[in-house]
Design a binder for this molecule. Structure first.
Ligand code: HEM
Ligand SMILES: *[C@@H]1O[C@H](CO)[C@@H](O)[C@H](O)[C@H]1NC(C)=O
Length: 323
């Protein structure tokens, strides 16, 4: 009897231990090559097109903010109401890189590594390849079973007020500090002129631009994104440093060289501005907070939004469709 009870006891403990949390090295035993396979695929993709690093980082953000980091954005099954068609996901890409890694993973460890984890790992590798900080990613996410366009209605938008941005991040368990640091992901990559029209040509009554733009920079932006020009033309978001992952973006934001409207808003608000400024204190390199270390904390936190564990999700065979 006692033996049976002890057995049940250990069985229950075993169950409770396997639930609960993501952990670094989740695939160490079940698919030891998992992280190196993802890294190789990402590095090949970035070598052939450096901007893929930015695309993969953005994909992780858009995955996590809708239905949690569960690969829901990857679903491309012909349904016009699939999440990926949402307005707030315009321009999101990188799915082919995730799918390529998935194919290689299925070949060596069939049915083990989730698409959601591949997205999180790919973003990590992309950051490192852009000379950003290296960090360990907790894994063990499972893939979700929902892809619904209306669930993306609350994606942060370039034209959101600072209050709206704060609320949208807060609703995902993220603070004002996370908002600043995660927005600094705009240190790499580009935006379509499409997202610049309002800021450059229709921000204030009379067709006037956002007054916080440095005047010389305004002329430069207007030349690159002329009114009624090609809305699909692309310009760097971190002017002068779009290929390297660094704090330069925050320097641009605090000095009138922000490109995206939502980036500029971080410098108008007292709280978010003081967070930005904290990385530029006189004694900063020695005593101040570290931009890289704080970014890593924030992106790991973002990677934990609404994750599905064990029975809450599954492992897709193909990342773009449900099993
Ligand atoms: C705060 C709210 C945010 C807004 C309103 C926003 C908006 C945008 C917009 C409009 C673009 C240009 C898209 C295009 O033209 O293809 C963009 C690009 C990008 N975003 Fe954000 N973003 C936000 C936060 C984030 C976060 C949290 C991350 C990642 C942690 C991120 C990563 C990126 C990257 C890497 C790019 C460049 C993509 C490329 O080069 O194709 N963004 N963002
Ligand atoms: C999508 O989500 C919305 C909002 O939660 C819901 O009203 C709608 O029924 C969902 N559609 C499908 C096809 O599940």
């Amino acid at each position: 009897m006692a033996l049976v009870l002890a057995f049940i006891f250990y069985f229950l403990i075993g169950i409770s231990n396997s639930y609960g949390q993501l952990k670094v090295g989740f695939y160490d035993e079940t698919c030891p090559q998992a992280e190196s396979i993802v890294r190789n695929v990402v590095s090949d993709a970035v070598l052939s097109n450096a901007n893929i690093a930015a695309v993969l980082l953005r994909l992780h953000f858009h995955d996590c903010f809708v239905e949690g980091c569960d690969g829901s954005i990857l679903i491309d099954d012909g349904n016009p109401n699939a999440e990926r068609h949402a307005f707030g996901h315009q321009g999101v890409g990188g799915v082919e890189v995730i799918e390529k890694a998935k194919e290689q993973l299925e070949a060596v460890c069939n049915g083990v590594v989730s698409c959601a984890d591949i997205v999180a790992l790919a973003a990590r590798d992309a950051i490192a390849l852009a000379n950003g900080p290296s960090y360990e990613v907790p894994t063990g996410r499972r893939d979700g079973g929902i892809s619904n366009i209306s669930l993306a209605d609350d994606m942060p938008d370039v034209s959101d007020s600072i209050e709206q941005l704060k609320v949208k991040f807060f609703n995902k368990g993220l603070t004002e500090k996370d908002l600043v640091l995660l927005t600094a992901a705009h240190t790499i990559g580009t935006t379509a002129c499409f997202f610049m029209t309002k800021r450059l040509y229709n921000f204030l009554p009379g067709g006037r631009p956002d007054p916080t733009i440095n005047p010389a920079f305004l002329q430069e932006l207007k030349a690159k994104c002329p009114q009624n020009g090609d809305a699909n033309a692309r310009i760097p978001i971190d002017s002068g440093s779009q290929q390297s992952f660094d704090i330069h973006i925050l320097q641009n934001i605090r000095s009138g060289f922000a490109v995206l409207e939502s980036d500029a808003r971080l410098n108008d608000d007292r709280t978010t501005k003081s967070i930005i400024d904290s990385y530029f204190g006189l004694l900063n390199p020695l005593f101040g907070p570290s931009f890289e270390a704080d970014f890593v904390d924030s992106i790991i936190k973002m990677g934990e939004i609404g994750v599905k564990l064990d029975f809450q999700g599954n492992i897709r065979r193909i990342c773009t469709s449900f099993n």
